[in-house]
Design a protein around this ligand. Sequence first.
Ligand code: ATP
Length: 316
Amino acid sequence: PLDVVTFGETMVLFNPEQMLPLEYNHKFMKQIGGAESNVAIGLKRLGHSVGWFSKLGNDPFGRYIHKFVLGEGVDTSRCIFTDEAPTGLFFKEKRSATDIRVFYYRKNSAASLIRPEDLDEEYIASAKILHVTGITPALSSSSRDTVFKAIEIAKKRGVKIVFDPNLRLKLWSKEEAKEVLLTMAKEADVILPGLDEGELMTGKLTPEEIAEELSFGQAKTIVIKLGEKGAYYQSDTERGYVEGFKVSQIVDPVGAGDGFAAGVISGILQNELLENAVRRGNAVGAIVVGVNGDVEGLPTKDEVEQLINGNHHSQD
Ligand code: ATP
């Protein structure tokens, strides 16, 4: 039995070694990037059992992604390889540590061909939590149908749904995103938006107002990410702010949200108070921004505990 099942597109990432406009950069590190596999790897490092799947191109990049995620100890047994389309790719352009742009080569990718028939109902039902993001419904109509089918299975089979909106305006319009993300949020038990995403979805500006709207009068857990400031949380029984951890140097801010999700889900799986689960999310997010790459910086349970308890590594 798995703690968490998640699925969605993971691409090969060509991450620049130099801070230059992309057109002048010719050195890249080959890595992987995908919100759902980032969360899966993050959860695995924190000691949980996790399954992640996608439709991958039957090509060297698809095999690279598969081996990488499998190598992290995530169950990849439900991945599907296809000859119908290639694995998606993306390049990052880094002009400074915080000025980062992405260039996608993912249209009509293998992952966008995923369809509801690709889902294994028993596999999803075997998990405690289904994690889904708002990237999947933006990829294609079959991908959108698949994520809603997975949600339907989870609801029917009593699997808790964690939803991270992960708004990607390169993939769809604000209007289209708002409608679909709200529909997903209504179905979810736990929602993890950033402030900007909460604003787009509700039209409200403060974390308190956004959380109120996103709970739809139901018993939901809402955690709103506030970057370096930490996060705001609200459930049936708890609400408040948890301050972020101080980061000495931001190397790569991308992936913080996924690390945060892994930390919060880890806390929920351990039946912690929501406040403590959010603190764990803040700790993972803070550690991730200090390392280059989306998954390389995801910490182990010990590293998170050391940050939370204030014990820092020293050179013996
Ligand atoms: P992403 O860039 O991955 O999409 P996001 O926009 O979803 O991230 P952020 O609010 O930027 O989410 O970051 C998620 C969490 O990571 C924050 O709530 C916070 O806990 C932590 N975090 C992010 N940036 C910093 C920082 N500069 N200092 C400390 N903690 C940070």
